[in-house]
Design a protein around this ligand. Sequence first.
Ligand SMILES: [Zn+2]
Length: 270
Amino acid sequence: MNKSTVLICLFLFCPFIQVKSEQNLLVTENISDGLTCIKDPKDFESSNSFLLKGNQDVDFLIDAGWSDKVKIPENIRLTIEKSYKVTTHFHFDHIRQWYKMKNIFLTEQQYNACEKKSCTPSRWQTIFKIEPFQVSGKLSEIQTEHLNTRLVTVSCRGHSQTDACFLDKKTRTLFVGDLFYRGPMFHFLPGGNIQKTVETFQSLLRRDDWDRIALTHGDCSADRASLAMHIEDLSKILQGKLNWTFNLDFWIPLRAYKVSAGYVLTHLVF
Ligand SMILES: [Zn+2]
């Protein structure tokens, strides 16, 4: 290759290569002091993940759903590597990266859903080819300042068989997984249940120790009023007061209800 070819190559291709590599990075959004929302710009099926900066010893990564098409930005790579990983549930778009991670801690129910320490969540998950991941232990077994006084596990049901919700007392943020976000909300997968979702939300709204919900799809966060409105929508569905349309987007016949936060999808009989 002669000198001019090299120069042309540098001028023409290097900016392109640089732009391309920037596009292949996860996007981060600071939603509160020490709380970062991590989004996958390459795959809109991926969930948002959240990095919670700890006080001293341990940071937490809540969910890790990005695809292999994107890279972790250098400024958070080490923090993510060292952080304790927890998840809101075992769906592929929330734990897709776990097969290459360590420090994975599970709630009691999630732990019981794994047959052994090298966990393959369930037969249903194999459809999505989740790689087995190494479990470090149960959340209840690790005693850190954060787990005792800051990040607490909150009981929740209604989206999947392995639902777990978390509350960060410092940033007053609730992590409810796929129980609530803006977009099509799935209540038709195993463990999905609108009644249980309403009960979960009613008990969460009785607490006064949070102001914000971290959202796993689309926007990164919502306020209490959005959740209150969603409870009203779900209650109307249960009472038969909302109209629905027939939906086949997911290859099975479903009901689609238009609600203030997007759509609620259920089985034809629920
Ligand atoms: Zn999801």
